[in-house]
Design a protein around this ligand. Sequence first.
Ligand SMILES: C[S@@+](CC[C@H](N)C(=O)[O-])C[C@H]1O[C@@H](n2cnc3c(N)ncnc32)[C@H](O)[C@@H]1O
Length: 220
Amino acid sequence: MEYINKKYIDEYLADLIDFPETPVMAEIRKAAEEKNYPILRPLAASLLNIMVRMKNPYSVLEIGTSIGYSGMVILGAMEAKGRLTTVDSDEDVLRLAKENFRKQGVSDRVLLICGDGRDVLHHLEDAFDMIFLDGPKAQYLLYLPDCIRLLKNNGILICDNVLFYGMVAKDSLIQKRKITIVKRLRKFLRILTEHPILDTTIIPIGDGISVSIKKGSDMM
Ligand SMILES: C[S@@+](CC[C@H](N)C(=O)[O-])C[C@H]1O[C@@H](n2cnc3c(N)ncnc32)[C@H](O)[C@@H]1O
């Protein structure tokens, strides 16, 4: 399946914007391509890198660790005191992520949690400066109440793949077996964009990335 932009736009941007990877990250990308693990594309990685640098968070929560690529983007953009809590339901990918974080020398800054994202979030109590939601797309709406609860005021919620190959924006692109995901993502985006406690925008890069800020008491 194609992503959401015209091919020439993606190719032009990919050529123009160089997202520097560490050798471990390059190794992960290669392994992901070979073994079909979905990880952030370079343009989405460059956006995440910039967003994290702009926010300068101390604590980030990620749902959807996979083999650790986006976690490394986040950690690489944070100051050395920054901490990542990352959740995945798949023990096998978490084992690889753990090894990758070790190779990158950042294990002491990462808390890996194995479990269903919804259950795990429900039991977390500490608030985060930033949340990166990249788990099961059809369940984003179910994650939203806990994401909001777990975000500090002025905290940032970033959700990946919200335009889902363009299907979310255009009926004629919808593949029959994806109709449930698309319907749920549409509902999620409507609630996200209308939510009284969030200000949200959507950036049509990669597969579509939403960026929301939780309004503080001083924000209208
Ligand atoms: C798109 S991948 C994450 C990619 C990763 N963020 C990256 O860019 O390197 C989605 C991940 O969500 C995980 N996942 C799927 N369902 C889940 C659930 N219910 N709870 C937690 N994680 C889940 C999958 O195992 C998969 O590793």
